[in-house]
Design a protein around this ligand. Structure first.
Ligand code: SF4
Ligand code: SF4
Length: 370
């Protein structure tokens, strides 16, 4: 069975401007019927890393926030801390980054709450019992919210191929430990030169997998004892232990989808997914810069099905005229896979087949233009 995906192609008039169009999309998706008076509604967003200019404009969310509030909910804007060193690695810098990018509670009518607490450890373990993940570590403010709206800047992603609803939920709603859990499968990558032999990671490692090598007097790993928990990354303050970001992309995508399943398991009603297919750049809003878009702005897609909304967005991006100059190789024609032309390491379905197999939604959709 196909899922409904509601689509607005960005045409607007004085009588039907941006906010009114957004409200129509939400109404068509039936969001008001899903809300109960007093619901704490998490609006999962990416506030944009420092240096990024292509993140979603805060005012684009005004109609979404107002619709939730008018239906009786108490919306809040949220994201969880990142693994990498940047402006979003803990709650203080993250909140300030959001403020600098215009996410103002007094303008938008919703506060910014960093979902996994001060240092990224405020989490809820959710049983998933998947192929890779037993317990998913979900940021507590997301897990405890009564309703979840994922508001997604649809674009490319340097590891996953693309970023949309499924990634914003699976990766974006995971605590720091949860993010490690998804990225990490073969043990830490050690940068020996950075190691001061302080021993902090040895104390953090519950399985005794780390030790100081007598010959080098630096940290070393007994891979047979490592269970991939990622605890040592947090412990090391010298950037000596890192994720090998490019290993096992298919497994990484499957882990991310199992985390998405974990987030949904915390909710008693369907979640709402909104893809802004605008400023379709090759990489994530985490990278610290915004490159040229690879296709024209396409529109806004809304659905209760995260797989359908991502599949529909991908299909529209691929069907669109390629834009140059951009990271796209020359010679791409409409219909060809744009993201995989840039991120060539990513498998063809980019995790959507696994998401469908897990029951997160369907790749079959009916696009309804409003
Ligand atoms: S990932 Fe976990 S088990 Fe492996 S070395 Fe680090 S702390 Fe130890
Ligand atoms: S915490 Fe970092 S610097 Fe200290 S021993 Fe471990 S790897 Fe080396």
């Amino acid at each position: 069975m196909s899922a409904n995906v509601y689509f607005w192609n960005l045409r607007a008039t004085q009588k039907a401007p941006f906010e009114k169009r957004m409200r129509s999309l939400l109404k068509a998706a039936g969001v008001e019927k899903l809300l109960t008076e007093g619901d704490l509604a998490a609006v999962k967003i990416h506030f944009g890393e420092q240096g990024v200019t292509g993140f979603l404009r805060p005012l684009w969310l005004k109609g979404i926030i107002d619709t939730l509030a008018e239906a009786g909910a108490r919306p809040f804007l949220t994201d969880a801390s990142t693994l990498y060193v940047g402006q979003r690695g803990e709650a203080v810098s993250h909140s300030m980054c959001a403020a600098r990018h215009g996410w103002d509670p007094l303008v938008l009518g919703a506060p910014v709450i960093i979902a996994d607490g001060l240092k990224g450890g405020d989490e809820v373990a959710v049983p998933v019992n998947g192929k890779h993940i037993e317990d998913a570590y979900i940021a507590s403010a997301v897990a405890e919210a009564d309703f979840l709206v994922s508001v997604n800047h649809f674009k490319g992603h340097e590891l996953a191929g693309y970023g949309g609803a499924l990634k914003n939920i699976g990766m974006g709603c995971a605590s720091k430990k949860g993010k490690m859990h998804q990225h990490f499968s073969t043990g830490p990558e050690i940068t020996v030169d950075n190691c001061t032999a302080c021993g902090t990671c040895i104390k953090a490692c519950k399985t005794g997998a780390l030790f100081i090598d007598e010959a080098t007097e630096k940290i070393a790993l007994n891979a047979e004892l490592c269970v991939g928990c990622g605890g040592c990354f947090v412990a090391c303050r010298f950037n000596a232990l890192n994720v090998n970001w490019k290993i096992g992309v298919q497994e990484f995508l499957e882990r991310m989808m199992e985390y998405t399943q974990g987030v949904f398991a915390t909710k008693s009603k369907p979640c709402l997914h909104i893809n802004f297919v605008m400023d379709v750049v090759p990489d994530c809003d985490c990278v610290g810069f915004t490159d040229a878009p690879i296709c024209p702005d396409i529109g806004v897609l809304v659905s209760l099905d995260p797989v359908a909304v991502d599949q529909a967005s991908l299909d529209l991006v691929n069907a669109a005229q390629p834009l140059y100059p951009s990271q796209l190789p020359f010679g791409i024609t409409p219909g060809q896979d744009k993201f995989r032309a840039i991120h060539t390491h990513v498998p063809e379905s980019m995790g959507l087949d696994y998401a469908q197999a897990l029951g997160l939604g369907t790749r079959e959709y009916t696009l309804i233009s409003l």
